[in-house]
Design a binder for this molecule. Structure first.
Ligand SMILES: [Mg+2]
Length: 324
């Protein structure tokens, strides 16, 4: 029988762990990974970052349109993105996988493979984990990182340039395409949703450039920009400057989406949003592989994107992404 005809209950917990262990790398000298009561790793110097995230079937992903590999990749990538948003470099990861007994073996092994592939992509050591039984699939990943100078969400001042890496709206466009059963017609958008690229290298460069504050765009530009503006600060963001994902612009008419609203309200692009001295943006932009765009500035006035307040944008539901 193939892995997609057989259930994990036939394989058993220990054999599943053994097969996933084969996918991950080998410990460095003096380190002990999976197999004992706890992993032993060399502690990074300086500040240690630690972050964790859980994805749950039916809430964060749907196996009707995502493969096990994609679920595993994204579960690790979102943690790398959080480390990047602090200006850090990811170092170690542990993962916990819960599966119902009726889960296809191929799906469970695929999640392991996705975790291992993403760990490899960002040079993270996946040093151990846990497998248990549950009523729906869930994957929890914790990642450590190191950083010289953490870049927090606070720290922006009036006059700072507001910048974002890469493009916006692609992940939400991908979700719309997948929900419409049209993921195959829009492979770029599908990837933005299911195989996000954490901006690990960019996060370190942005921290080095002296950025004042940073966050990764997980809940959408309007919501995450709000997190960078402490009491008394506002922003002026120009809609015509927003780097809307070109694949979204192309696909929007067929998907019935308004590209601008999708770029502002849609989430999960995992780009880095940050504030810095305006005269330093040019030099930084040349360093970033993903590119960056100055989208506006921090003010002492209202927090707005175009004619709408951040609050009004945030209130817009999924239905408002539709073009009218
Ligand atoms: Mg975050």
């Amino acid at each position: 029988m193939s892995d997609f005809e057989e259930n994990v209950s036939h394989l058993g917990e220990f054999e599943l762990i053994e097969k996933i262990k084969e996918m991950i790398g080998k410990p460095g000298r003096g380190e002990l990974w999976s197999g004992d009561d706890a992993a032993v790793v060399h502690a990074p110097e300086g500040n240690l970052l630690l972050t964790i995230d859980t994805v749950v079937e039916g809430v964060d992903f749907d196996l009707d349109y995502a493969t096990g590999e994609e679920v595993g990749w994204k579960a690790l990538a979102v943690n790398v993105s959080d480390v990047a948003a602090m200006g850090g470099r990811p170092v170690h990861a542990v993962a916990s996988l819960s599966v119902p007994p009726a889960t296809r073996t191929g799906t469970a092994l695929g999640i392991g493979r996705g975790l291992a592939t993403a760990a490899d992509r960002w040079g993270v050591s996946l040093v151990g984990g846990d497998v248990s039984r549950s009523s729906e699939i869930s994957v929890t990943v914790a990642v450590t990182g190191r950083c010289e100078r953490p870049v927090t969400r606070d720290g922006a001042s009036p006059g700072d340039a507001i910048c974002v890496t890469g493009t916006l709206g692609g992940a939400a466009g991908g979700l719309a395409a997948l929900r419409a059963g049209r993921g195959r017609d829009f492979p770029d958008l599908r990837s933005r949703q299911l195989l996000p690229e954490a901006r690990a290298h960019e996060g370190i460069e942005i921290a080095r450039s002296g950025a004042h504050s940073m966050i990764d765009v997980s809940d959408g530009l309007a919501a995450d920009l709000g997190h960078l503006l402490r009491e008394g600060l506002g922003c002026s963001v120009h809609p015509n400057r927003l780097p809307i994902d070109p694949s979204l612009v192309t696909a929007a008419p067929e998907l019935g989406l308004d590209p601008l609203t999708t770029a502002i309200v849609g989430g999960e692009d995992f780009e880095l949003l940050f504030c810095m001295e305006p005269d330093r943006t040019g030099a930084l932009g040349a360093e970033l592989t993903a590119g960056m765009t100055v989208i506006g500035e921090v003010t002492e006035g209202h927090a707005a994107i175009g004619g709408r307040s951040l609050h009004e944008w945030k209130e817009m539901s999924w239905d408002h992404l539709r073009s009218r």
